[in-house]
Design a protein around this ligand. Structure first.
Ligand code: SF4
Length: 261
């Protein structure tokens, strides 16, 4: 990708101007052109060089292995199984299951929380404004939906509350659905995983539900032996525009991790 095209996508993310990568894809300096950050935010921010040096030995989340049936499925069997799944109560409210989309041999795997209203209607993850932002994030690192990138969720059916609003999946719903994602990961064999948001990160890493995303950023975690980088969910970034710069920092860490893998 040309620097000019990347600048366009970064501008779409709202974090232009372009950060110039040097010999390695590591952004070690804050570009002078970026606006000053609040003191609190600066205190939380680490340089990417610092981040890249931190390799965390975080325990894998799921203690139980995936069910033997799911663990042995091929892509077609897996898709059919998800489409007809009634393993948890989320099946009752769904319009469509949302299996995942992208290059089934992708080196990049992006994992979100679960389907929202648009995804439930279309059967595809990350559609609508958050999906557009995610697509721009993908292009900023030189991949795109269907080309060296796969997008999946922790749960395949839309979780809603009593008022029909989106909510995070419960631990029970997550546990019921995880074997499908585990099998997707095993089939794809990605080089780098990127967890989009708190629910995805905590579900994959098996951490306390109160752990904030800010404590998980800036560290290369491990999931099933694969490097995992945590960043914010695109829907959150749309509500919290200043955090887009942090998301770009996370993507730089992911690119460094990918380059070194
Ligand atoms: S969320 Fe997952 S486990 Fe629950 S019904 Fe849907 S596919 Fe099955």
């Amino acid at each position: 990708m040309t620097l000019e095209r990347r600048a366009v996508f970064l501008d779409e993310m709202g974090i232009g101007p372009l950060w110039q990568r040097r010999d390695m894809p590591v952004a070690t300096e804050t570009p002078a052109a970026l606006e000053p950050m609040p003191a609190v935010a600066l205190a939380e921010e680490r340089t990417v060089a610092e981040q890249a040096s931190v390799i965390a030995a975080v325990p894998r989340a799921p203690e139980a292995p995936p069910s033997s049936a799911v663990a042995g499925m091929n892509w077609m069997q897996l898709k059919e199984s998800v489409a007809g799944c009634v393993k948890c109560g989320l099946c009752n409210g769904r319009t469509k299951t949302v299996f995942g989309v992208g290059d089934e041999k992708a080196k990049w795997l992006f994992i979100g929380e679960g389907p929202g209203r648009n995804e439930d209607q279309t059967g595809e993850p990350f559609v609508g404004p958050a999906g557009k932002l995610l697509d721009n994030m993908l292009r900023a690192i030189g991949v795109k939906r269907g080309e060296n990138a796969y997008i999946a969720n922790i749960v395949k059916c839309r979780p809603t509350d009593g008022n029909g609003r989106d909510r995070p999946p419960t631990q029970e719903e997550t546990a019921a659905c995880m074997p499908y994602l585990e099998r997707q990961i095993a089939l794809i064999q990605p080089t780098v995983l990127v967890a989009l948001g708190k629910t995805a990160a905590l579900s994959l890493l098996g951490l306390d539900p109160e752990t904030p995303v800010s404590k998980l950023r800036g560290t290369v975690h491990r999931y099933a032996g694969l490097p995992l980088v945590v960043t914010y969910h695109p829907a959150y970034l749309l509500r919290s525009l200043p955090e887009k710069r942090k998301a770009w920092t996370d993507l730089c860490l992911a690119m460094t991790t990918y380059a070194n893998a």
